[in-house]
Design a protein around this ligand. Structure first.
Ligand code: ATR
Length: 271
């Protein structure tokens, strides 16, 4: 019998998740269908309930519903609870389980696909909104020497530092506080790229052999990656790999099979 899954968000028309999961199910021979569902901003829970009643087995959740998805989950995994954001719902007779695979997807892309170890590295995470919150713990779990969180609104960076400081060495501040420091990995988790903007980074922050990682994607040339190239970052990566890896983690939760991601990442880049 075919099992039904979906990604839910608003907007949703440009989501690449249906394409990615169609590739995963073809590759693994799973009998499943995956669609994109547009939920009215004030009717997330009702839209999820309708999909569940139709026999849906699970969903991915995207902007702007990740916090609400936490609230409708009967149980949360530790990583979803810590992030207070859910991107994957698993439906069962017991109710809804909420998980967050974003951070695991980012770390897998960086460490496995890009072969960039995190242990001992100086990491700069830009942003302190929902996207940043979801990746702090998974990054700290790989023992960087320091995780610096920089945000336009300094107070939000301080709050993240307070929340996560027991898991590792965190420093927080705004962009002006960064003067003189160098980083091995700079991750953009802000929404500035959406408006064609780059956070106001000082010059000279990229160490030798450093990587710039934009959690946004868009033909590999986001405003942040263009800036990073001018500033001498050695490696430039957009968020396509993270997108595919977080999807693979969700697929594994639902189906118990880990799909191969290499070819899917390459396929998506060539679309
Ligand atoms: P998301 O869920 O995508 O993280 P969000 O919670 O609205 O969305 O957070 C957006 C993040 O991008 C915030 O860290 C925001 O900084 P502020 O907290 O100061 O608002 C950051 N951001 C958005 N536009 C930015 C810009 N032009 N320059 C720097 N940071 C920006």
């Amino acid at each position: 019998m075919t099992d039904f899954y979906a990604v839910i968000g608003n907007p949703i028309a440009h989501s690449k998740s249906p394409w990615i999961h169609a590739e995963f199910s073809r590759q693994t021979g799973q009998d499943m269908q995956y669609e994109a569902i547009l939920a009215p901003v004030d009717a997330f829970a009702a839209t999820v309930a309708v999909f569940r009643e139709r026999g849906g087995k699970g969903m991915n959740v995207t902007v702007p519903f990740k916090l609400e998805a936490c609230k409708i989950s009967r149980r949360l995994t530790r990583r979803a609870d810590v992030a207070q954001a859910v991107n994957t719902l698993v439906f069962s007779a017991d109710g809804i389980l909420g998980d967050n695979t974003d951070g695991a997807g980012l770390v897998r892309d960086i460490m496995i696909n890009l072969e960039f170890p995190l242990a001992g590295k100086r990491i700069l995470l830009m942003g302190a909104g929902g996207a940043a919150r979801g990746v702090v713990l998974p990054l700290l779990e790989h023992s960087p020497s320091v995780l610096t969180i920089a945000n336009r609104t300094k107070q939000k960076a301080h709050l993240l530092q307070q929340q996560f400081s027991r898991y590792g060495n965190i420093v927080s501040g705004d962009y002006a506080d960064l003067g003189g420091e160098k980083f091995d990995l700079v991750i953009n988790a802000t929404s500035a790229s959406l408006k064609g903007r780059v956070p106001p980074l000082p010059a000279g922050i990229f160490a030798d052999e450093s990587m710039a990682y934009d959690m946004m994607y868009g033909d590999g040339r986001t405003p942040f990656l263009q800036f990073a190239k001018q500033q001498g970052a050695s490696r430039l990566t957009d968020g396509i790999g993270m997108l595919v890896e977080q999807a693979a983690e969700s697929f594994f939760l639902w189906r118990g099979i880990r799909p191969e991601t290499d070819r899917v990442i390459r396929g998506l880049r060539n679309l």
